[in-house]
Design a protein around this ligand. Sequence first.
Ligand code: CMP
Length: 484
Amino acid sequence: MNRRHTQRNILIFIVTISLVLLATYLVSTFETNLVAWLEAGKLTGMIISAQSLVSALKLLLFAVLAYLVVRALNFLIFGLAFRVRSGFEAPTLVRNIFSIVGFSVLFLLIFSRIYPGINLGAVFTTSAIFGVILGLALQDTLGNFFAGISLQADRPFQVGDVISVGVQKHTGVVEEITWRAIKIRTFSNHVALISNSTAAKEPIEVCPRENLNARHVFFNTVFTESPAKTIHVVREAVREADNVSPKIAPTVRIRNLGDFAVEYEVKYWLEDYAKFNDTDALVRQRIWYAFRRAGLNFAFPTRTIHVQRKAGVGETDGVGGTIAERLSAVDIFAPLSSEETAMLAQSAMSHIFAPGETVIRAGDPGSSMFVVHNGRVRVQISENGRPRTVATLNEGDFFGEMALFTGEPRTANIVALEETEVLEIGHEAMKGVFQTNPGLVESLSYIIAERRQGLAAPADASSPHLDEPGGLLSAIRRFFGLTR
Ligand code: CMP
């Protein structure tokens, strides 16, 4: 209600109460004159006596006065004082109870003053039939009334909260809680009235207005799409949408690996929960556009038969360039001829790891080395029980050569920092390469010696000879059964 409206109401109230006060004063003061005047004019007497008529008029005027006084008190106590103290308006139900009780008490007082001979209380209490009739008639009303009181006392929700009532899920924004019902505005802009007694029996889901409430939106992709990429793309797209709270970042999770799709859910928090329908729709729209830009594909119920050939030399592996190209860019393989690189590529196996997955575990035996094809990994050792990163390896870097070339256990953990594809090269393939390129053993022994120095605690402290290139060189030769 705006200020002008309130001022106008106060003015009307003052004028009305003044008029009623004046009328009450006049009737009370000139009561005998009025009775005499009515009797003299023979205006009464047939049905009702002049005195009774004047008493009824007095009762009416005092009742109106009592009503106005109760309204004024209601406004002062609940409209002003309560709002100033607690910041919000008192519930309608509480105001109504105050008005009913206040008015009833005043009316009984006035009635007993005007009609001292009639005991109203006795009329109500002695009439058993009246009590039964009243009880039956008010059964539902009283049920609602008391359920409403318990709702008010409990305060499980307030005006402005979104609630969902019962199994039928009547959902909407609470507009009012009256002595009879909860009034909610549904998202189709309909008004639904749920009686208090029904609400008291049904489960109610409350999404408080000041709370950050979450929503889930579902989508899916075909199995070939990378989960790490999908999650990143969707999270970034959703966090930008209107009404998505910036306080908590949306989470995107895989719900299920379904029959024909990877099924995801995105959980996001709303600033204004009452607008969840629009926001859900906007989030779905953002996901669609983000998919389009990132070249991701939604899945639909189809069965696709893939006839897949193993990626050979010179063929792309579907993620980056060719395997042979990648291997020829690795510095230790630079001296190899293109045929030798092609042979190596032929035997290389591609593996993909999710961010955070361990590719190699320290202490495990190992008979292969790896080249980072796409992505990044970290080399991690344990120092006083805590992980310490000693190096980060990027595309074109290699790892796992120590165990492969010396036969020792793995010296460190290798963990994927992002979605990472590695190419695994086994013992036999490397042996072939060494036989045709003996100089490779030497350059590798230097790299291994250098890397071993970066490790705080070499895996095998009982092999100090391995810490020098010379010792390493002969160890590698021995291990691979090389003569030179
Ligand atoms: P390997 O011991 O087989 O398994 C763990 C791998 O981590 C190891 O081979 C090396 O390839 C790699 N590694 C160990 N220390 C370092 C380092 N200081 N810098 C780079 N890579 C390392």
